[in-house]
Design a protein around this ligand. Structure first.
Ligand code: SF4
Length: 564
């Protein structure tokens, strides 16, 4: 039996390399290997060399080592985005200037791969992949891409490092191990770095990824003393990557804290096209990158579909609600859990919608629970305030953090009832007056269709006469979803994500939250009625899809003014 320890990307981090040697020896590793990229990132490249020699670490050259050895003008990391390259160049120039020529000459003697047999296991050590020195072998590559790299080698065990994120995967007969890197954390919010411990026993191999604690404070202090950018130090101190993100695929990038360069965010909005009333400020903390979530491109607004059945069957309902709609209710306990989760996940407002939420017996309890913690908008057709529902509604009078949004499409019955049903305008207006009379903060949402577009100004005037003005009257366009074949075509490619939770699953956008008519907008189905997709995972899925869909400048068209 042989135990070997394999590390990658030292990135001028002698503190982590020292910890690797101690930890690996303590775990019984007889042989130590390093898969290259000795420099970059940290401020002390030359401090790494004696540690490699004194501890008998067998090294495979990475692209960095080849470049430094030759004295190239760049690292050859394989970045394509100019913003990634800007940071990579800064690091490389520093490393080249602070690497002794003797050390650099030693790098030229290193092979770029090693192949040997140990305990009857054919082992292939590479830096990037079996295809290229600077190939990024990500976990999220397709099965075909994994197979391609494995077939190129044919070894029993292939180990690599270049992409910097650790993982293991059995591909056919081959175990593939990306050992991660010692030089910086793995974009997981942990301060440890990673290496791999491999056990070889008579033709069998097992690998364990080991989180490695080390003196990260010393590394951070050394980087500051060396005058390296704070963005680099931030990663060492927080565990989140802050530079060179564009090269990271959507799946891996969606797991980190940051997704986009700050320069990719839109800095102004066309009020006719934006899906926000006010774009949130993204705090300038000096970092070049920002999280997608919480920016104008992914607002922290949560939609909860309390139900899908409705007393109306509007001809253009975007989620196909009606009295006959498939019954799907979240229920009070689930709504409470979602509200708690929303707070934990930094959502700032909740929209309770349906169907008609006032068909839910516990709707007022839901509102009371949610408004105790967050701003809440309750969307209703305003027609059901009689009997016990009226009594329930009275409990909301004076409730802070609540807006009651009523759907009204015209200043008179004809323009409203044509799509929503005879008599619905009068009942909605009565409901609106009643709610206002109770002192509830009210807002009116009008769905604009080719037939009622001329009603906007008369309705605005009517509402103004009732004291409903400004942003409390919002016009939103008809969308071709649900029952409607007319209207704006909205898809995940032209809307920003606003997560909607239904009893079926989590969805990209509230206007496509009906699984039956908008399956394309589904992010994930709930595994069961008891276990819902966690909001953290819903956010990650939305970020991943955004990154897959976005345009090169990091933006998506913002066309649908949904909420207000
Ligand atoms: S648009 Fe609103 S009121 Fe009309 S059917 Fe759909 S959910 Fe009900």
């Amino acid at each position: 039996m042989t135990r070997i320890a394999v590390c990658g990307g030292v990135y001028s981090n002698p503190y982590a390399l020292r910890a690797f040697v101690a930890d690996a020896r303590a775990r019984g590793a007889e042989q130590l290997y390093c898969l290259g990229d000795l420099g970059g990132y940290g401020a002390e490249p030359d401090a790494v060399w004696p540690l490699l020699l004194d501890n008998d670490i067998t090294v495979v050259a990475g692209n960095y080592d080849v470049a430094i050895g030759r004295g190239d003008t760049d690292c050859g990391c394989g970045y394509t985005d100019p913003r990634d390259n800007e940071f990579a160049q800064l690091m490389y120039d520093f490393t080249l200037a602070h690497t002794s020529r003797d050390y650099a000459r030693w790098m030229t003697t290193l092979p770029t791969e090693r192949r040997f047999t140990q305990d009857s296991i054919d082992i292939h050590l590479v830096h990037g992949s079996t295809l290229a020195l600077n190939d990024f072998w990500w976990e999220s590559l397709s099965d075909d891409q994994h197979a391609l790299r494995v077939q190129e080698s044919g070894a029993d065990l292939v180990m690599c490092t270049h992409s910097g994120l650790p993982w293991t995967k059995q591909v056919g007969q081959t175990l593939v191990v990306n050992v991660g890197v010692l030089g910086r954390p793995a974009n997981d919010g942990r301060l440890e770095v990673w290496y791999a411990l491999v056990e070889l026993v008579d033709g069998t191999v097992t690998a364990e990824l080991v989180p490695l604690a080390y003196d990260w404070q010393a590394q951070a202090a050394s980087m500051r003393a060396g005058g390296l950018p704070e963005a680099f130090v931030e990663t060492v101190e927080t565990g989140w990557w802050t530079t060179c993100l564009e090269v990271v695929p959507p799946y891996e990038r969606s797991q980190g804290r940051y997704q986009l360069y700050r320069s990719a965010l839109p800095d102004s909005f066309d009020q006719e096209q934006v899906s926000w009333a006010d774009a949130p400020e993204v705090v300038d903390n000096g970092l070049p990158v920002v999280p997608l979530y919480g920016s104008a491109l992914f607002p922290p607004r949560l939609w909860l579909y309390t139900n899908f059945h409705c007393n109306l069957a509007c001809s253009y309902c975007s989620v196909a609600s009606s009295p006959q709609a498939r019954k799907r209710s979240l229920g009070l306990e689930r709504v409470k859990m979602l509200v708690d989760e929303a707070v934990a996940e930094d959502f700032t407002e909740i929209y309770l919608t349906g169907g008609e939420p006032f068909l839910e017996p516990d709707i007022v309890e839901m509102v009371l629970y949610a408004t105790a913690q967050l701003d809440v908008v309750l969307l209703t057709n305003g027609m059901l305030y009689q009997g016990w529902r009226l009594e329930q509604l009275r409990r909301l009078a004076g409730r802070e953090r609540l807006v009651l949004q009523t759907s009204i499409d015209a200043a008179s019955a004809a323009g409203h009832d044509v799509n929503r049903g005879l008599g619905s305008w009068q009942k909605a207006m009565d409901g609106l007056r009643l709610a206002k009379g109770l002192g509830l903060p009210v807002r009116v949402g009008m769905t604009s269709t080719p037939q009622n577009a001329h009603e906007v100004e008369p309705l605005r005037a009517l509402l103004a006469s009732m004291g409903i003005t400004g942003k409390d009257f919002a016009v939103r366009p008809l969308v071709a979803r649900g029952f409607s074949e007319q209207g704006a075509v909205i898809e995940d490619t032209n809307t920003v994500p606003e997560i909607a939770v239904t009893a079926d699953g989590v969805h990209w956008h509230p206007a496509g939250a009906d699984l039956d008519t908008s399956p394309d907008m589904l992010l994930a189905r709930h595994p069961s009625a008891e276990y819902y997709v966690p909001l953290a995972e819903a956010k990650r899925l939305a970020v991943e899809r955004f990154l897959v869909l976005r345009r090169n400048d990091g933006s998506l068209p913002l066309v649908y003014n949904c909420a207000v």
